[in-house]
Design a protein around this ligand. Structure first.
Ligand SMILES: C[S@@+](CC[C@H](N)C(=O)[O-])C[C@H]1O[C@@H](n2cnc3c(N)ncnc32)[C@H](O)[C@@H]1O
Ligand SMILES: [Zn+2]
Ligand SMILES: [Zn+2]
Ligand SMILES: [Zn+2]
Length: 361
């Protein structure tokens, strides 16, 4: 027997059809494990013995499965779990929603990044105000008008109206604030200069978030973000935060995966051009593209329109059932010019929707 035991790792990998069959009865993680051989010496030895038994008997199979496979998984799972717990701890310090991490595909952990919940502003402009509408002082909707106290709403002289924009929020039948209109790209919320308080309906993205989120490993698109509970249409999900940078800086960044350009119609000043969530970001940096998305990003500011205060916020654009991946169209509604063949470097879209455009940018 001893001479037969020195099969090399390559041999085992090459002839591991039995192991692969066993692995299938477990999960994708079992397959990932096959890629990660050798195990620790003891487990590796058992594996070798086992490998040389042509028709392993049932008892041996059980021992093997329970003591080698499961033990090995258990250790890796523990390691993965511990690292995830560290990250969750950091996230929970800053987020008021429930957050979980799930990976049934392999033993990877989410990448390292600094967890922030507010944009990091360009150094030069942190103190300077770059107000576009200097004449507007905010609304005074809550002022008492004879008997009644008016509050901010679509019929009051509220900030959106003062800026000639539609009032974008309403209450649903459960009393939750949601989008009134799904069309449009810009929302004018109430700000510090308004007479209303923190619970004003026109401050949705300044209030506590309500959508619990799970960071999970997708089959073929890296990490993604999914819902834990049903999310109704029009619900505010999360802000896309990162480092706010100018156009020149954005063009120089070599890691472009997490760049999100601000809409030029919204901020013309090119010192405020892009949000980069590569080094500093939150869970929204994991939202993948779909050609048939279930969320959209709206640009939020108050009526003074200081570009420093601009926020990019994700809203559900349809009902998102629980345990569903949250997706965004990275080229939101843009007509993509016909391309003669797809350049090799562009990532191929695997969103799986019927009208998939095959590229994600
Ligand atoms: C903003 S990141 C999203 C999070 C990313 N999956 C991760 O693990 O960090 C964008 C990257 O995710 C991948 N991705 C997003 N949507 C995709 C899609 N529909 N098909 C294929 N890859 C996608 C691409 O690699 C893309 O460059
Ligand atoms: Zn207001
Ligand atoms: Zn208000
Ligand atoms: Zn697609």
């Amino acid at each position: 027997m001893e001479t037969k035991i020195d099969a090399t790792v390559a041999d085992i990998k090459g002839k591991s059809s039995y192991l692969e069959r066993v692995a299938e009865t477990f999960s994708h993680k079992a397959k990932a494990m096959l890629e990660m051989m050798p195990f620790d010496p003891f487990e590796y030895k058992i594996m070798q013995v086992f490998f040389h038994l042509d028709e392993p008997n049932e008892k041996f199979r059980k021992i093997f499965e329970e003591h080698v496979f499961k033990n090995y998984f258990f250790k890796l799972d523990q390691l993965q779990q511990n690292k995830n717990d560290e990250l969750l701890e950091k996230i929970r310090e800053k987020e008021d929603i429930k957050v979980t991490i799930e990976n049934d595909e392999n033993f990877d952990n989410p990448p390292e990044f600094q967890y922030i919940v507010k944009n990091i502003l360009p150094q030069l402009v942190t103190e300077e105000n770059v107000l576009e509408n200097k004449s507007i002082d905010g609304c005074s909707c809550t002022v008492q008008v004879e008997e009644t106290v008016e509050s901010c709403g679509k019929d009051s002289q509220c900030c959106p109206k003062l800026c000639k924009k539609p009032f974008m929020y309403k209450k649903d039948n459960k009393g939750m604030t949601i989008l009134r209109l799904l069309k449009g790209i810009e929302i004018i919320e109430c700000g510090d200069i308004c007479a209303c308080g923190a619970d004003c309906i026109n401050r949705l993205t300044q209030q506590r978030k309500t959508v619990d989120l799970c960071l999970f490993m997708t089959k073929d698109r890296g990490w993604g973000l999914k819902t834990i509970n049903d999310v109704s249409k029009g619900t505010y999900i999360i802000e896309y935060v990162g480092e706010l940078i100018g156009e020149d800086e954005a063009n120089q960044r070599t890691e472009t995966t997490y760049l999100f350009d601000l809409n030029e119609g919204i901020v013309a000043d090119n010192r405020f051009h892009t949000i980069d969530a590569n080094v500093n970001g939150n869970l929204s940096r994991f939202i993948n593209h779909s050609c048939e998305p279930n969320s959209k990003v709206l640009y939020i500011n108050n009526c003074q329109k200081d570009p420093k205060n601009l926020k990019l916020c994700f809203f559900a654009n349809k009902l998102i059932p629980k345990d569903t991946e949250i997706t965004l169209d990275y080229r939101d509604g843009e007509i993509i010019p016909e391309r003669a063949g797809i350049p090799a470097l562009l990532p191929i879209c695997t969103c799986g929707s019927e009208n998939c455009r095959k590229v994600i940018y």
